[in-house]
Design a protein around this ligand. Structure first.
Ligand code: ADP
Length: 662
């Protein structure tokens, strides 16, 4: 079930959600309608019954008149025939009206109210002049009684019509009274008129009289204030009071006296019965009007409530449809935005989103786009080489920002490396150019000198004595020596480049080697005084020639770069494990930032004295290579303008042996 619900499309889900209030509304509408309808049905029943009562009362009244006219017709044979015939038509039309009514029990009214015998009775009245008028009275009275019994509907008490209930009951009691009065007055008239069977008639009517009295009592107990008042005032009226009084005395004495003739009685009782009929009719009209009014207002209320319910349902449907439609549009907008982001496009606009889930989703999408734009901008800037741009990942899990940040770091490193390489390449090119120019210069100087000496010998050979010859050859040899050194250096450089330098490995006394180099150099540089200040003994293992070359390089440099000071101090320290050799001069000195670089290949400190101190920038490079090959290290210590001290340290042969042995 849950899976099925999950798989439903959002529209279907929203529709289902929308169905719940609609179903509830429909249910409540049905309940309200049902209740109203029931009320209306009750009302309808009341109105119907009141109508039925009215029709039956009219029928009884008509039958009463017909009885009266038929009775007179039989007694007097003339005078009443026309009225009797007219009354019959009225009675028939009322019977038809009753039979036409929808109530089932009224359709067969004739059969159970003796009315089937009506036509027969009428025929007898018309064709048998000797017919006993009492038979007629008896027949019609039975019919009227029976119909009156049929019309004995007592309205059920119900919550909607409490006030009208009393009036309906009172009105019914009045009608029953009218029927009884009608029967009683006809009987009394009959006795007064015929002067026959007087006691029998009184006996036969006594029951109706007591019934009439009991109805009066019931009326007084059940009727509401208004009809009660009306009845009381009616009881005081002459005709009604007179009629009642006459009947009371008559049935009390059980004897007719001569105080009232038949016609007088008829007149009095007609006025009396009319007065009570008026009261009944008024009450009935009031009740009927009120019921009809309530009925139609209830009907209106039902139609109105039906209309409002339908309108409410329609509104709910419209509202829900609008909400579904609105949510769908917003979801579509979100989908399009998400698709745009997935395609890497920019320019998302998500406006007027509500608070809540959809709103925060829209906010997140906009945030993603904003973030993408910031990152794209940052990436663009990084691409153009601006590494100052800030990339701030929101968390460790922000993969994109973390990657761009990493890319920025890598690119910066690569760019720095590239710049460094470029600079190094440029430096190398410059160094190479300088190297070629210096090399040519360094080669040219001794070669030119040699050429000059050779020319001198060729041209002035005979004029030069042996001593001078010797001097010239000595100088020529010095120049050739320089050339050889230079060429050796160049060969070394090219060998070093391909790591082809070959080293001997012989144990030798280091201080003897240094002393040898000093004595050689001291001869060729008489202007400087090389002071061998500390001469500690110690044996070193390696290539003595190469190490002499390093020592000579450091000493030559000390001499070359301290033209204005005479002393060069050489020291050898023995740490027990290694020899530390140092050459101190009091010359130009070296700036801190150059101290490392001077050991690089072809590097020369550029200054105004470059020409004065020719060189190729390879002496210190070769020296470092040699020392490092002997597991040593070389460095310099200097104070610019005051002089420099160059050191190298080599492991003692003993320590190497110890280490090997160890
Ligand atoms: P070259 O002497 O042929 O230039 P080197 O490799 O021997 O080449 O030296 C490199 C540079 O180091 C020199 O050009 C020089 O500027 C500097 N240098 C070396 N020794 C000294 C020193 N004792 N005093 C001052 N500068 C020195």
């Amino acid at each position: 079930m849950i899976i099925f619900f999950r798989r439903l499309s959002l529209t279907a889900k929203l529709f289902l959600i929308g169905l719940i209030p609609i179903a509830l509304l429909l249910y409540f509408s049905y309940v309200i309608y049902k209740e109203k309808d029931q009320k209306l049905a009750v009302m309808h029943e009341y109105v119907n019954q009141v109508e039925v009562s009215a029709v039956l009362a009219s029928l009884n009244e008509s039958l009463g008149y017909e009885r009266m006219y038929s009775f007179h017709f039989l007694l007097e044979k003339t005078g009443f025939q026309k009225m009797m015939l007219q009354q019959r038509i009225k009675t028939d039309s009322l019977i038809k009206a009753v039979e036409k009514r929808p109530e089932v029990n009224l359709k067969s009214l004739r059969q159970y109210t003796f009315l089937t015998g009506l036509d027969n009775m009428r025929n007898k009245i018309d064709s048998i002049p000797t017919l006993d008028p009492n038979n007629v009275i008896d027949f019609y009275t039975r019919c009227i009684f029976r119909i009156n019994y049929t019309n004995s509907w007592v309205p059920p008490s119900n919550i909607y019509l409490t006030s009208d209930y009393q009036d309906i009951v009172a009105q019914r009691l009045l009608r029953q009274m009218i029927t009884l009065i009608d029967i009683l007055r006809t009987n009394i008239y009959n006795a007064l008129y015929t002067k026959k069977y007087m006691v029998e008639i009184l006996m036969g009517s006594y029951g109706s009289y007591t019934f009439y009295q009991s109805l009066q009592k019931e009326f007084k107990l059940k009727a509401s204030d208004e009809p009660l008042k009306a009845f009381d005032s009616l009881s005081k009226e002459t005709s009604f009071a007179g009629m009642n009084h006459y009947m009371d005395t008559l049935f009390a004495k059980f004897h007719f006296d001569s105080s009232m003739s038949a016609n007088q009685w008829w007149q009095l009782s007609t006025n009396g019965i009319n007065a009570i009929k008026d009261l009944q009719r008024n009450l009935w009209t009031q009740v009927d009007n009120r019921l009809n009014e309530i009925y139609s207002s209830e009907k209106r209320a039902l139609s109105l409530s039906l209309f409002f319910l339908l309108a409410a349902i329609l509104l709910v449907i419209l509202f829900i449809s609008y909400i579904i439609h609105d949510i769908r549009i917003q979801l579509r907008e979100l989908k399009m935005a998400a698709r745009k982001i997935s395609r890497g496009e920019a320019g998302i606009t998500l406006e007027n989103f509500p608070h809540g889930m959809l709103g925060s989703l829209a906010k997140s999408i906009l945030q993603i786009e904003k973030n993408n734009l910031v990152l794209a901008q940052a990436a663009r800037e990084i691409g153009t080489g601006n590494f100052q741009v800030k990339v701030n990942p929101r968390s460790e899990n922000d993969i994109l920002a973390m990657s761009i940040k990493k890319m920025k770091q890598d690119l910066r490193r690569f760019t720095e490396q590239k710049d460094k390489l470029q600079k190094e390449t440029m430096d190398l090119v410059t160094q190479r150019d300088q190297f070629f120019s210096m090399t040519s210069h360094e080669l040219k100087t001794p070669v030119t000198t040699l050429k000059a000496y050779a020319q001198m010998l060729l041209m002035d050979g005979h004029a030069v004595d042996e001593q001078q010859h010797k001097e010239i050859f000595k100088r020529m040899e010095k120049q050739i020596g320089k050339l050889v050194l230079l060429i050796n250096d160049l060969i070394d450089i090219s060998r070093l480049q391909y790591d082809q330098l070959v080293y001997e490995n012989v144990k030798f006394k280091f201080n003897q080697l240094v002393a040898g180099v000093i004595s050689e150099l001291q001869i060729s540089h008489p202007n400087h005084r090389i002071i061998f200040q500390k001469n500690v003994q110690g044996e070193v293992c390696g290539d003595a020639g190469r190490i002499s070359q390093a020592v000579a390089n450091l000493l030559n440099n000390a001499i070359k770069y301290s033209p204005d000071s005479r002393d060069i101090i050489v020291r050898i320290e023995n740490t027990g494990e290694s020899i530390i050799f140092s050459v101190k001069d009091f010359g130009y000195g070296i700036r801190d930032e150059e101290k490392e670089k001077i050991f690089e290949r072809f590097y020369r400190v550029s200054n105004d004295n470059m020409d004065t101190y020719p060189g190729l920038g390879i002496g210190l490079y070769i020296s470092r290579q040699i020392i490092q090959k002997h597991n040593g290290k070389i460095w310099c210590d200097s104070e610019f303008g005051k002089g420099s001290t160059f050191y190298f340290e080599l492991p003692l042969a003993a320590s190497i042996t110890n280490q090997t042995e160890g």
